[in-house]
Design a protein around this ligand. Sequence first.
Ligand code: HC1
Length: 510
Amino acid sequence: MKDSLCGTDKKEMTRRTFLKMAAGSGLLVGLAGALSGCAGQGGEHAGGEGWLPYQYNVAGNLPAQVRGRIPIDADNPSIVRDDQKCILCGQCLETCQNIQSVHGYYDLPVIDETICVHCGQCSMACPSGAISERDDTQKVFDALADKSKYVLVQTAPATRVALGEEFGLPPGTWVEGRQVAALKKLGFDAVLDTNFTADLTIMEEGTELIKRIKGEVKKPLPQFTSCSPGWIKFCEYFYPELLPNMSSCKSPQQMFGALAKTYYAKVKGIDPASIVSVSVMPCTAKKFEAQRPEMNDSAEYWKREGLRDVDVVLTTRELARMIKQKKIDFAALPEEKYDSLMGEETGAAIIFGATGGVMEAAARSAYFLITGNQPPPLFLNLTPVRGLTGVKEAAAEIPGVGTLRVAVCHGLANGRKVLDIVRAGNAPWHFIEFMACPGGCIAGGGQPRTAVPPTDAVREQRIAAIYKADASRPKRMSHDNAEVAALYKDFLQHPMSELSEELLHTEYHS
Ligand code: HC1
């Protein structure tokens, strides 16, 4: 399968050649400890006879510029590196620079910190497993063991098409029900679904888009999606003047967290201070997002200090470790259902996990929100925004608005291309979806490392599972989610109400 992203085919071949040779020679194991200390954090290794790839005669296969490694701060909330395992192969540098266009783009007015958007794509490319997510599993085991706590968990759209790979199932195996069963076996008090707030996001973000188009809010077009925290950080670092284009919507993870300790706590009669709000995400940047200072609106709501909307974020890989640690036979689990109140999903929410999915979901409901009618079939299969092409476009007619023009990009180097068009004032679009990771969340930095480096073949299998699930759902539009409708009726009133603004929206600053 040809990897289509970012034109990296030649470089990928180079690194595969290296990895093959390294594996054949036992180098990946042998280099691990031996190379530790060869270079300080972020140091470029000079090569030479002391460098083991040189001794093993494979150094010649490495382009000089990829030797070394990215700098990772010791307090990075998302990723860590075990220097004992680092072989200085440069795969992290290449990924960060060429696929994400982050490393090496530092002509910035920032910097008292190491630039990192927390996407974790370096961990997906690291052949020796030196870079991984920061492990927060013990925090969750501790919470589950504390009987005074009510531990609830939300699961992202994309984990259910990848978690099975950790247990020998093929990429794209749909394991939604088994994931729920595993979480219940681990002892969570409630197993809920980020898809619920993905649908809610569409209601809020679609309403915001319409207000921008109609000039009812004084914010610029095109509107940018705001659910990928790696993308947001990228925009903050490199295109801060375009932050007014960013939707004010929090991500579904953070909307969920804010509602878990307000709406859910109220309806269930639970003290919000006793709730431990856990999320399972395909994404390392979600750990960073949950720690952002502005993500504590439940504390504001209750006027109580110390509440965080999301307390702990686990990646798909960490959840798999917990399941293995407890010796749960995942593949043999029965299918179970999410708990209610914040557990209903539509097909529109499921497709959030694939590049183009947020846009397609938004288009389906934008049509409804503008016209009051269900959209025609085109909106249920907005194929131009599907697939792995780096930048995609679509246009659709909506009565009362005219032609809605949208763009979708994934992988931050592709994002940079689109942002440069917007910066130059040449963007023809009303709405743009940005996802930090190539392929979208299905290939997030916290997903199973089924192929290292990641391949389009694995991405495509996961994406196919997502669209198959969407097509099979009786409800495929966010505005048809009955639990979301109940949330508005009983609590928020309507999209972008005062309370919605307080809990579900935020502002980003550079
Ligand atoms: Fe995603 Fe999202 S789709 S960002 O990729 O908007 O991580 O899966 O959970 O929040 O819903 C990730 C996935 C995820 C959010 C949603």
